[in-house]
Design a protein around this ligand. Structure first.
Ligand SMILES: [Zn+2]
Length: 187
């Protein structure tokens, strides 16, 4: 995943509308977000937008994962170049609430004082606890462009076709390793 930037004008508009300045992510009530990028994104499956909590995906990649699932589980917005031309090959994406990928070292969390979003940080072994509560979903957004997908969707991917796509298996544990409880109840 590589980073990209939205234009200064787009960022100023975001500050006044959809962007929470407390946690630099879309406000919880925000659905799809249209963005103007200051340069073409890297020609890779997933990019993220600096300081906005948004991802920029190749549309073809999401189609391979599953069009129905992507439309259902993510908020997909339009992407434009600085001159206002739509970049049809790309979409912006995010979702709320985000899935929290847990760790076992230096774990900590707080709520954003502006919007209430849980901000969780941890290092070490990565895992989920418990199994995501929304069992109807197949694609989960973990913030800053990161996705968690079910094994079913993973098996649809032709990984050889997608360069710079980092994929790691993520276990679901019966007990958390960070001393905290189930965040899903609070989301
Ligand atoms: Zn916030």
């Amino acid at each position: 995943m590589e980073s990209c930037d939205i234009t200064k004008i787009s960022y100023e508009e975001a500050r006044k509308s959809w962007l929470c300045m407390g946690c630099c992510s879309p406000k919880p009530s925000i659905r799809e977000v249209d963005v103007y990028l200051d340069a073409l994104p890297e020609n890779i499956p997933l990019n993220f937008v600096n300081g906005c909590g948004l991802g920029i995906a190749k549309k073809a990649f999401l189609l391979e994962l599953g069009e129905t699932e992507a439309q259902r589980d993510l908020y997909l917005g339009r992407v434009y170049d600085p001159d206002g031309n739509q970049l049809d090959e790309y979409v912006s994406y995010h979702s709320y609430p985000e899935i929290i990928v847990r760790g076992d070292q230096h774990a900590n969390y707080h709520r954003c004082i502006e919007c209430g979003r849980i901000r969780y940080f941890a290092m070490g072994r990565q895992y989920l606890y418990p199994f995501p509560s929304s069992k109807e979903s197949s694609i989960y957004y973990k913030g800053n462009g990161g996705l968690v997908i079910t094994i079913d969707l993973f098996q649809r991917l032709n990984l050889a076709q997608w360069c710079k796509l980092a994929v790691d298996p993520l276990p679901v544990l019966d007990e958390p390793l960070d001393g905290f409880g189930d965040f899903n109840a609070d989301l």
